[in-house]
Design a protein around this ligand. Structure first.
Ligand code: NOJ
Length: 561
């Protein structure tokens, strides 16, 4: 294929450890469970897996509240289990990317406990963002910032004598205090954490809240609403502040030191990779994170949030490719993850052509159309996997899993639900344990009751029901990934085909010497369209007498090309 580094074109599969496979039967997934199922990923044809956090944590935010950055939570296993997972993955030629959570720690982290005990003005408190309150008695938060999970972004502490004390900042839950990235000790600690995992053989990091580490000087009030800043994240004082780029320049230099330390395994293609989770607008501001001396990748959430409409998707793809291309970086593509409604559900909403809803759907909300959703999701994935760059898949999407949209309030665990007083359903619906079998108490997830109930439809979506079945979603993904690899689509160049029918996305992929590799068409109109002659390589749904039905994508090779 290409001689470009793996992270420029890799397909990376996200495993949310709580929900992938439970080996010990406690109802929560674990590392040995993941290791036991890695062959599924090799068989699927992905290049790497990304593990959401498995570190020591009270699990107030699904592990994104880390109490020890250098150890595995007993819920998930041990460091030896992690080593075994990495070794097995490498045997299967799968790279392993792990999460790093540098914006905040858990309030159970020894640093935060020490900070509370040490009191105002101490070096222990200087690792976090403690401030006196406003008003005569300090009873008002230091500024007006809101938590992403609802409510104020500040919590007041209680001094050892029982009197009200300083406030600390938390952009997320109150149990996730923000670190202070103006403090060199914080830099040194996180850099040492990166080295700890690199020394254990991991191949890269997904950086949580990558755009949030550095806050505007003086922590000024946020004077604009979220809506007013939607097109420029840096207008809010907690996001996308210029100083954050210095952090990633240092991190890039650090991971580059590890290049070539595993050539026995990867030959020349022996790079470590950094991918930032940065919800940053506009695209040029996001691209600044992937300048040559910063991160290798950032997630392209704009694509995920694009309505299911040809004009919007085309503009999104163009914008993304142009902005990343301007700094010489690969673009990434993603449609689902553990924070958003799965695309098989999202695209079944009645308003999917107008907005891309990303908040959780609950039993009191309008219920999406699952058949339409899956049909469009398959078409969307087939479009995504043809696009140049790297792509991320979220566990279970290859089975066509929808969200559980009827989870009762009593089982919800996402802190968003409680913090919003129940007005926001939260993200549990996309985190439901994966069905590996079509019967048994947890559909093969593990021997115990799963930590979240699975919806009735999951039994029919187990891999055993789909493997070898022509037209199944699993076989569609396997074929897309195989053809993508064979044709080198991840490193191809995209051009739009002129004269495509209205509401049809039609693109041509060219290899480095300009040879036509494939053509891809996605029909977003509501009627079938005629296809030009050519060999059909893969289609996301049945063709209609040589025509491409609506909400369907086809990859073709032109006869003679
Ligand atoms: C982004 C993670 O993906 C999400 O799950 C988490 O709640 C927040 N960051 C806070 O760490």
């Amino acid at each position: 294929m290409s001689n470009q580094p793996w992270w420029r074109h890799a397909v990376i599969y996200q495993v949310y450890p709580r929900s992938w496979a439970d080996a010990d039967g406690d109802g929560v997934g674990d590392l040995p469970g993941i290791t036991s199922r890695l062959e599924h990923l090799a068989d699927l044809g992905v290049d790497a897996l990304w593990l959401s956090p498995f570190y020591v944590s009270p699990q107030n935010d699904g592990g994104y509240d880390v109490a020890d950055f250098r150890d595995v939570d007993p819920l998930f296993g041990t460091l030896a289990d992690l080593d075994a997972l990495v070794a097995r993955a490498h045997d299967l030629r799968l790279r392993v990317v792990v999460d790093v959570v540098p914006n905040h720690t858990s309030s159970e982290h020894p640093w935060f406990r020490a900070a509370l005990a040490a009191g105002p003005g101490s070096p222990e408190r200087a690792r976090y963002v403690f401030r006196p309150g406003r008003g005569d008695d300090g009873s008002e938060p230091p500024n007006n910032w809101q938590s992403k999970f609802d409510g104020p972004a500040w919590t007041r502490t209680t001094d050892p004598d029982g009197s009200p004390g300083e406030w600390y900042l938390h952009l997320f839950d109150g149990s996730q205090p923000d670190l202070d990235w103006t403090n060199p000790e914080v830099h040194a600690e996180l850099e040492s954490v990166l080295r700890f995992w690199l020394d254990r053989g991991v191949d890269g990091f997904r950086i949580d809240v990558a755009h949030g580490l550095v806050k505007a000087d003086g922590l000024p009030d946020a004077d604009l609403s979220l809506d007013e800043t939607r097109d420029r994240s840096s207008l809010l004082p907690m996001w996308d502040q210029p100083g954050v780029h210095d952090v990633y320049r240092r991190w890039r230099a650090l991971v580059e030191e590890y290049r070539g330390t595993q050539t026995a395994l990867w030959g020349e293609d022996d790079d470590r990779m950094l991918c930032g989770e940065a919800w940053v607008q506009p695209a040029e501001a996001l691209a600044a994170y992937v300048r040559p001396d910063e991160l290798h990748q950032t997630f392209n959430f704009s694509f995920l949030m694009t309505p299911w409409r040809a004009d919007a998707l085309r503009a999104s793809v163009d914008d993304a490719l142009a902005s990343a291309g301007a700094v010489g970086a690969p673009q990434t593509w993603v449609l689902s993850n553990h924070d958003v409604v799965r695309h098989a559900t999202r695209l079944g909403r009645s308003d999917a052509t107008q907005v891309a809803e990303v908040e959780g759907i609950g039993p009191r909300d309008e219920q999406p159309d699952p058949v339409l959703g899956l049909r469009r999701a398959r078409a969307a994935t087939a479009l995504m996997l043809a696009l140049p760059g790297s792509a991320y898949l979220y566990q279970g999407e290859e089975l066509g899993l929808p969200d559980h949209t009827r989870l009762p309030d009593e089982v919800l665990q996402d802190p968003t639900f409680a913090r919003s007083g129940g007005t926001r359903h939260g993200r549990d619906g996309c985190r439901v344990p994966v069905p590996w079998a079509s019967d048994g108490p947890s559909l093969g997830f593990g021997p115990g009751e799963p930590w979240l109930p699975q919806p009735p439809g999951y039994a029919d979506l187990a891999p055993g029901r789909q493997r070898g079945v022509e037209g199944s979603t699993l076989e569609l993904y396997r074929r897309l990934l195989r053809v993508r690899r064979e044709l080198g689509l991840g490193t191809a160049t995209l051009t739009w085909l002129p004269d495509a029918p209205p509401d049809v996305l039609a693109l041509r992929l060219l290899d480095a010497d300009g040879t036509r590799v494939a053509e891809v068409r996605t029909n977003l109109s509501d009627a079938p369209v005629t296809l030009p002659a050519g060999e059909v390589l893969v289609a996301s749904g049945d063709l209609d007498d040589g025509r491409l039905p609506s909400d369907t994508t086809v990859w073709t090779r032109l006869t003679g090309s």
